[in-house]
Design a binder for this molecule. Structure first.
Ligand code: MLT
Length: 411
């Protein structure tokens, strides 16, 4: 008898969206070796780690090479020195009190948002916005929570909440009961946000329906407007219905260094098969201690340095740099007559494709005619069809050059 595969994997699209784009771009580059391709597809940063971070990172590496200061396995949940810093610098100023065992350091919000579903039963109904960061959907497909995909490209067992021009990219509350709700604001991919009042409606829904919100706040440092919350816990009542994911990737350039954290308040409850309430915090702890050995010591020391005075100054400069790019992209695209969204509280600009072109058609046009790479909106879900995402994470020079090339296109 041969080994059987996990059949759920057969329900997935053949490639992860960013792998598919990389494949197409590599092929194009091979066929056009002289093309100077500018990549504004995947949300990967280009600015180096802040000096304050690098200095501490190096020191910690030295410690690891010295028998007196060498460290082996650290706590799976992360070192207390970093957790304390997060609590004091990210949450205390917002009036949010956390205890240390409610913060879990990890190697990425991608992993955490992908793994969190493991602690919940397979018969939970999952809701996602559409378009959506594919990890939320695909991790549930792999687990067997999705059912097959219908002709429109939606999994039958999941609830999709469209975010389009018609509703100004603000999802409507589900019309039916859902258990787990993934929200990402500032949003990837649309770059749009929810105000405090809008987010409060979701918290109210979760409280009324005994649902849990999985709130991805990886882009919170890009918020510029006052009525946009930085943490879901700013909303009254969110504390016992929401898990929050944060990351050092997009604010401090850790995409290649890997460090993030997840807040799992102990008051969040789910029921077992006997109907007894159980706190989900120990379940996540159990999952992490079994499957994860923690982030390396030097990386956690480096992450702590993000909170130093110098570190904060440097990350602010990088965020401002990217947001300047975002403004250039927004303004340039508007000038050529395109409709653009996002880019105000987010490094993502969401563009309506011209002349009803589909997302991949627009991708091909930009790649071939301007050698510029973006992400086809449909890659984030059916409601992303007819849209296109451009990131502000490239260099200023490349951003200007890309916009210059686009302005010459006949679209
Ligand atoms: C994206 O382009 O959407 C990002 O790469 C998301 C991520 O951080 O994985």
């Amino acid at each position: 008898m041969a080994v059987k595969i996990n059949e759920n994997y057969q329900l997935l699209k053949s490639n992860y969206i960013f792998a598919e784009i990389a494949h197409r771009v590599d092929k194009f580059q091979e066929e056009n070796p002289d093309a100077q391709i500018i990549k504004m597809g995947i949300g990967d940063v280009t600015r180096p780690l802040p000096k304050a971070v690098v200095d501490k990172f190096k020191e910690a590496v030295e410690e690891m090479g010295n028998s007196e200061t060498f460290r082996g396995y650290g706590p799976e949940q992360g070192y207390s020195f970093l957790i304390k810093e997060i609590i004091e610098k990210d949450y205390a100023p917002l009036g949010i009190e956390l205890s240390e065992d409610e913060v879990f350091i990890s190697d990425g919000a991608k992993c955490d948002t992908g793994n969190i579903q493991e602690i919940f039963g397979l018969d939970n109904i999952v809701a996602v916005t559409d378009p959506v960061y594919p990890v939320y959907v695909e991790s549930n497909v792999m687990a067997g929570r999705s059912g097959p995909m219908n002709e429109e490209g939606r999994y039958e067992g999941m609830v999709y909440l469209p975010c389009t021009e018609e509703n100004e990219f603000v999802p409507e509350l589900p019309k039916t009961h859902v258990d787990l709700i993934y929200l990402c604001f500032p949003n990837n991919p649309t770059g749009m946000t929810l105000t405090r009042d809008e987010l409060a409606k979701w918290v109210e829904y979760a409280r009324k329906n005994d649902s849990i919100i999985l709130f991805d706040a990886a882009y919170e440092s890009y918020i510029t407007e006052d009525d946009v919350p930085h943490s879901i816990y700013e909303i009254e009542g969110a504390w016992d219905v929401a898990i929050e994911f944060r990351s050092f990737s997009k604010n401090a350039g850790f995409t290649g260094t890997r460090c993030a954290f997840t807040v799992v308040p102990k008051e969040i409850m789910a029921v077992d098969s006997l109907g007894n309430q159980q706190s989900v915090n120990p379940l996540w702890n159990r999952r992490q201690t079994t499957k994860f050995n923690g982030v390396s010591y030097p990386v956690q020391v480096a992450a702590k340095a993000v909170y130093s005075k110098e570190g904060q100054k440097e990350i602010r400069e990088s965020i401002d740099y990217y947001m300047k790019n975002a403004e250039i992209i927004r303004e340039s695209l508007k000038t050529v007559g395109l409709k653009v969204y996002g880019g105000v509280n987010s490094p993502y600009i969401w563009v309506k494709t011209p002349n009803n072109m589909d997302s991949w058609e627009f991708f091909d046009l930009l790649l071939k005619e301007a050698n510029v790479v973006g992400t086809p909106g449909v890659g984030f879900g059916p409601s992303g069809e007819g849209y296109f995402r451009i990131t502000a994470f490239n260099t200023l020079e490349n951003t200007k050059e890309a916009m210059e090339r686009l302005s010459k296109l006949e679209i």
